[in-house]
Ligand binder design. Structure first.
Ligand SMILES: [Zn+2]
Length: 506
């Protein structure tokens, strides 16, 4: 995400108070065995999968015992109501013998659940949907779950992990003629029941039915558009592995534009129709931006398509790295290049770092945001919008207050700090690392890290290990100082930089 176009967001985040007690979620679930599953020699008796993934910040989030391969989501959009009849078909693999499993779910109502085509027992507890299939699932078994449910786009419950009373942004973004999604960090399960941890990536299909005069768009590629009577169903699908928090699906009046990027990369964007002409110059910049990023990192764009979605009016005042289709307020896309192109590079860089390489835990979010800010910064310097040392010095001085407010980048104070807490310290650590090892070695670290973890997820430790291995030096103390320390380390190459005047006394 980028909040550089929303100063309010940063201010709002400063008012948050520290979450002092994380309430442990305890959920009971039936462990009844099906007759076929009497435990035998060498065979584990089926048990329910874990009800959380153990994330230190979002203690309730994620589920264990299975790994999702794909989600196939249907929405039935009707004007005049905020409710949508919906369904999801999930394909997953059991990682253990499962007598039951849970999904993250904050949808309005669950109507039915089936597993392998057979009705399954289920109940909802908080933001968990607990499912007990008729027959236990063998370890290694690929299985199918179908859930029919209803969403209410008028409900925007904050994360259970946020400090009480915290409301940062809306996640259902409603428009007079439709909607868009903003699932980061842990709200995708308001849109569909899922394993909502950032490390369980999957392939997505969206089938959205609308009145035929409206357009539905989503991540992936348009596969079909079928009109029956006055209703049209648009289907978007892709082979790319995407974390749940960066999916996008939207309905409205959009104009589509297509282009080719480097190596023939298909580029398609959907722009709110009444602002299409004004946004077109920035949309036309995208192939060149992808070429810049590919050259800078030395790696091809990681997904099978790219482009932007320009939603009408506001989009929480932010931009989001929705995979294959970054989301912006269309008004942002009508601005001059020096104002918005760096943010476009930020979301483009996230396609590599954050989407293709996702974070294992939310405390690793600096890997995503630090890299996005870093390439954004390099682009600004490359284009002559700013001088490198000017931006770094500003960011260095900002870091003293930011660290007090949000904690160190990889040990954030609260779950609410995930959205912007790791950006600044992350980019300073990376810039200082480049200063120490030189541009050539730094770029080799970046490439090796991307190559090793694309398609999967990475931790802070993984980045440190890769930096040490590629550089042949022990950079652990340097990197850990930036990511885990309560105090701001000295800036490599700039020993004269200090805390801003007002904060020097303490
Ligand atoms: Zn970002």
């Amino acid at each position: 995400m980028s909040s550089s176009i929303n100063p309010r967001l940063t201010r709002r985040l400063t008012r948050l108070t520290r979450l002092t007690a994380a309430s442990a979620l305890t959920l009971a679930m039936s462990t009844a065995l099906s007759p076929a599953w009497a435990a035998g020699p060498g065979r584990e008796a089926p048990k329910p999968g874990a009800h959380t993934a153990g994330d230190p910040l979002f203690t309730y989030l994620g589920n264990g015992g299975y790994d999702v391969e794909s989600y196939d989501i249907r929405y039935d959009y009707r004007p005049g109501t905020l409710k949508m009849d919906s369904s999801v078909r999930i394909t997953a693999t059991a990682k253990q013998a499962l007598s039951g499993f849970s999904l993250d779910s904050a949808v309005e109502h669950v109507g039915s659940v089936s597993v392998q085509g057979e009705p399954a027992a289920f109940r909802v507890s908080g933001e968990k949907l607990l499912v007990t299939p008729r027959h236990a699932l063998r370890e290694g078994r690929r299985f199918r779950v179908e859930i029919s449910y209803r969403v209410d786009r008028g409900q925007n419950p904050p994360s259970p992990s946020y400090p009480p009373g915290t409301h940062i942004i809306d996640h259902w973004i409603n428009k007079p003629d439709g909607f868009a999604l903003m699932g980061q960090p842990d709200r995708a399960h308001m849109f569909f029941p899922c394993d909502d941890r950032p490390s369980d990536k999957a392939r997505f299909t969206f089938r959205i039915t609308t009145p035929k005069n409206l357009q539905a768009v989503a991540i992936g590629t348009l596969r079909s558009r079928v009109t029956t009577g006055d209703r049209t169903t648009s289907t978007y699908a892709g082979r790319d592995l995407v974390p749940t928090h960066v999916v996008q699906a939207a309905v409205g009046h959009f104009t589509m534009t297509t282009a080719r990027g480097p190596h023939g990369l298909p580029i398609r964007s959907y722009i709110a129709t009444d602002r299409y002409k004004a946004a077109k110059p920035r949309v036309d910049d995208i192939p060149g931006q992808v070429a810049w990023m590919e050259k800078r990192l030395g790696r091809r764009f990681p997904y099978t398509a790219y482009g932007v979605l320009g939603v009408p009016g506001d989009y929480d005042g932010v931009a989001l790295e929705s995979a294959t289709l970054s989301t912006f307020s269309v008004e942002g896309l009508t601005r001059p290049a020096p104002d918005i192109a760096p943010t476009m590079i930020h979301e483009l860089a996230h396609q590599y770092f954050g989407d293709a390489v996702s974070v294992r835990n939310w405390n690793d979010m600096w890997i995503s945001e630090g890299h996005a800010d870093y390439y954004q910064l390099l682009y600004s310097v490359d284009k002559g919008y700013h001088r490198l040392d000017d931006i770094l010095k500003q960011r260095y001085e900002f870091e003293f207050g930011k660290r007090v407010e949000s904690g160190p980048p990889a040990r954030l104070k609260t779950a609410a700090d995930v959205l912007t807490g790791g950006n600044n310290g992350g980019v300073l650590m990376l810039a200082g690392l480049r200063q120490q090892v030189g541009d050539a070695v730094f770029t080799r670290i970046e490439r090796a890290f991307f190559d090793r973890y694309r398609g999967t997820s990475a931790t802070t430790r993984d980045y440190i290990d890769m930096a040490n291995k590629i550089s042949g030096r022990d950079l652990t103390a340097y990197i850990e100082g930036w990511l885990y320390s309560d105090t701001v380390p000295p800036m490599p190459g700039h020993p004269d930089w200090t805390a801003p005047q007002a904060q020097k006394t303490s």
